[in-house]
Design a protein around this ligand. Structure first.
Ligand code: HSE
Length: 292
């Protein structure tokens, strides 16, 4: 059995811990019963030996598997990862969502998307990555009484993503700690207005308005200061056709959204100028998790 989970981009600039979308880059988790436990990692993370010994996919899978009443058994785990680790592209959400779904699938216990989200939020406290990982598309998510509520909307194919992935990892936990604990009323209004506008843009497809909706005063500039080249990435992307250029999740990746026809030139300009970073032209994913 193979569970496939997409990459995600959270915040979308001003929508801190609230807005997120899903991208066509995938982690595949293949599990089969076995006499002895083994793990193989291909792709992202395959060069990190620690992941073979201390692997959160296996931990979460086993916790849910036993919670569901599974027999004591060993498994072969084969993780085929396309999502870069600690780059703000939702690799840990993919692990959490993939592990939970794998446990339900292997035990043939039925589940809904809402049930998966209610389990996932215990492992990943912010709903803006797990919700698009489960649903695909553009998602507005919030938590009330420990439950995830969301509105999900399909992303049409007249826009595309061009992501710029630096070789430096940024840990979400570390970069959250560096954020202020309090913000002014003006800053709060600044973010609420742009985040609401952004949600409206995705629902109404008025993409030209993306140009005014990507700024925020909560987290981006403070986090980008950890890797100052990102300021130049944003400037160049906006100059070369991006409608919106924002830090993806807590970084270090930058997410640029542009009209489909502009994507090849935008990707080319960015990869010519930032040779040390990886630049990928990606479709938006509208499927969410999938059993292959
Ligand atoms: N919204 C989170 C943050 C990242 O910016 O810290 C994704 O869960």
């Amino acid at each position: 059995m193979i569970v496939r989970v997409p990459a995600t981009s959270a915040n979308l600039g001003p929508g801190f811990d609230t807005l997120g979308l899903s991208l066509s880059l995938y982690n595949r988790f293949e599990i089969s019963p076995s006499i002895v436990q083994s793990i193989k990692i291909d792709g992202e993370g395959s060069n990190i030996p620690k992941l073979l010994k201390d692997n959160s996919f296996i931990k979460i899978f086993k916790e849910i598997y036993y919670e569901l009443g599974g027999d004591v058994k060993d498994f072969t785990f084969h993780l085929k990862n396309e999502i870069p680790i600690s780059r703000g592209l939702g690799s840990s959400s993919a692990v959490v969502v993939g592990a939970i779904i794998s446990a339900y699938e292997i035990l043939k216990v039925s589940y809904t998307r809402d049930l998966i989200l209610s389990k996932a939020i215990k492992y990943e406290k912010h709903p803006d990555n797990i919700t698009p990982a489960v649903n695909g598309g553009f998602n507005i998510a919030m938590i009330k009484n420990s439950k995830v509520f969301y509105i999900r909307h399909k992303i049409p194919n007249d826009i595309k993503a061009v992501v710029v992935i630096p070789n430096k990892a940024i840990s979400t936990r570390y970069s959250r700690r560096a954020l202020p604990k309090q913000y002014s009323l003006n800053d709060a209004v600044f973010n609420i207005s742009r985040s609401s506008m952004l949600a409206g843009i995705f629902l109404s497809k008025r993409w030209n308005l993306l140009k005014i909706a990507g700024e925020d005063k909560i987290h981006q500039d403070k986090r980008m200061a950890l890797l100052p080249a990102l300021f130049a990435v944003r400037k160049e992307a906006l100059k070369r056709g991006a409608l919106m250029s924002v830090l993806s999740g807590s970084g270090s990746t930058f997410l640029n959204i542009c009209y489909r026809d502009d994507a090849p030139n935008l990707a080319k300009s960015l990869s010519n100028k930032f040779r040390e970073f990886r630049v990928l032209e990606l479709e938006f994913d509208n499927i969410g998790f999938n059993i292959e």
